[in-house]
Design a protein around this ligand. Structure first.
Ligand code: 4NP
Length: 144
C-alpha cells in the first residue's frame, strides 16, 4: 500500500488489510510505504490513528517507511493511492514484470484523496479504504 507520506492513507490501508487478512487467516504479508521520505519511522497521523480506532482497527504501532525498489521483488502487488504515487512508483520500476505489479488501489482510475490538509476527509477516506480492502480480498481470492 503506497501513498505520499505513509502517514495518512496507506497506513490505513495497511492496518485494515492486515486486520481483515488475519481474521480470515489468509497468511498474506501486508506493508505500506510512502514515495516521500519526510516521515520515515514516524507513527501514522493522529487523525488516521483516531478514525481507525473508532472503527475498531489499531494502526498505532505502524511506522512510516520510504518506498524503495526492493519492494518490487518482495511483494506481488503494489497498490497506490493516486496518480502522482503511480507516476513516482513507476519511475523506479526497471522491469516490465515490476511495472505489472503496480496499480491504483481503487478501481476505474479513481484516486483516494489526500486528507492531510483537510480534517473532514479522514472519515470518508477511511470508509472508502475499508470497503475497497474487503473487495480486494474477495478479488484476490477469486483469482488465486
Ligand atoms: P499521505 O498524506 O500521503 O496520505 O500519508 C500526506 C502526509 C504528509 C504529507 C503529504 C501527504 N506531507 O507533505 O508531509
Amino acid at each position: 500500500m503506497v501513498c505520499l507520506g505513509n502517514i495518512c492513507r496507506s497506513p490505513l490501508a495497511e492496518g485494515i488489510m492486515r486486520h481483515l487478512v488475519d481474521e480470515q487467516e489468509l497468511g498474506w504479508e501486508i506493508a505500506s510505504a510512502g514515495t516521500g521520505d519526510w516521515h520515515i519511522n514516524e507513527p501514522a497521523d493522529k487523525r488516521s490513528i483516531s478514525v481507525a480506532r473508532r472503527f475498531g482497527y489499531d494502526i498505532s504501532k505502524q511506522r512510516a517507511r520510504h518506498f524503495n525498489k526492493n519492494y518490487f521483488d518482495e511483494f506481488d502487488l503494489i497498490l497506490v493511492m493516486d496518480q502522482s504515487n503511480l507516476k513516482d512508483v513507476l519511475k523506479l520500476a526497471r522491469e516490465q514484470e515490476h511495472r505489472e505489479k503496480v496499480s491504483l488501489f481503487l478501481p476505474e482510475d479513481l484516486e483516494v484523496a489526500d486528507p492531510y490538509f483537510d480534517e473532514r476527509l479522514f472519515e470518508p477516506v477511511f470508509l472508502q479504504i475499508e470497503e475497497r480492502c474487503k473487495q480486494l480480498i474477495e478479488e484476490i481470492k477469486a483469482n488465486n
